[in-house]
Design a protein around this ligand. Structure first.
Ligand code: AP5
Length: 223
């Protein structure tokens, strides 16, 4: 790994596997997963001013305003564990966020090692997202069909028997989220291609196959 903290961006529509893969990379490479979706859901649960504004927007499947997201991200990037290097999951999502990230990284002399686009088919994403659930205790992700716990009803990671589903994981909202992705986030693929840091992965394969492709990219881009 390089001595300056690595910065990896996972790009992809809802259900592409950003969260699943970010958690695996976190364990393998000692990086910190930084998910703006998770940070926003925590703000909603805590009832902060930002959370109150974000709640209805998230439930409708639209993007939360850049101001709110950037304020939350800046606070998180200031925490000490980020010095290990980060996997940005679900950020940036707009041109303004990408530009703000460039400025933030320039301030600390960091650069983007790779922006990795997880390439998938929209139709399959509705099934992936609708079947998703997570452990209420440790956050480990599962799927009704594609990733079930080894022992039914018990989390593989922590043994909890409590699971939860996201309020925005229904077929109608997923379609709105896909529309937002294509309109506002997909253009960032060209933005990072122009910077020479874009990598593309076929993310329609099995979770382990996608993980193997990602490992190679992370090793090469952080060497
Ligand atoms: P966010 O939480 O970022 O959600 P998302 O981008 O819609 O992505 P998901 O979490 O749905 O999908 P994922 O790619 O992580 O897939 P996962 O690995 O879970 O954002 C939610 C909302 O917050 C947004 O709509 C917006 O309102 C707001 N927001 C967040 N960030 C924002 C920002 N920067 N700016 C503005 N607003 C923002 O996988 C899905 C399921 O599929 C799982 O069950 C998994 O087990 C399974 N799976 C994963 N990979 C595979 C595979 N290869 N094969 C089969 N199944 C698989």
């Amino acid at each position: 790994m390089t001595t300056t903290p690595a910065v990896l961006i996972l790009l992809g529509p809802p259900g592409a596997g950003k969260g699943t893969q970010a958690r695996m990379l976190e364990e393998k490479f000692g990086l910190v997963q930084l998910s703006t979706g998770d940070l926003l859901r925590a703000a909603v649960a805590a009832g902060t001013e930002a959370g109150k504004k974000a709640k209805a927007v998230m439930e409708a499947g639209a993007l939360v305003s850049d101001d709110i997201v950037l304020a939350i991200l800046r606070d998180r990037m200031a925490e000490p564990d980020v010095a290990k290097g980060v996997i940005l999951d679900g950020f940036p999502r707009t041109a303004a966020q990408a530009s703000a990230l460039d400025s933030l990284l320039a301030e600390s002399g960091q650069k983007i090692n790779a922006a990795i686009s997880l390439e998938v088919e929209d139709d399959a994403m509705v099934e992936r997202v609708s079947g998703r659930y997570t452990c209420a205790e440790c956050g480990e992700g599962y799927h009704d069909t594609f990733k079930v716990p080894e022992k039914a009803g018990v989390c593989d990671k922590c043994g909890s028997t409590e699971f939860k589903r996201r309020a925005d994981d229904n077929a109608e909202t997923v379609r709105s989220r896909l529309e937002a992705y294509h309109a506002q986030t997909a253009p960032l693929i060209d933005y990072y291609a122009a910077k020479g840091v874009l990598k593309r992965i076929d993310a329609m394969g099995e979770i382990e196959a996608v993980a193997a492709a990602l490992d190679s990219i992370v090793k090469a881009s952080t060497a």
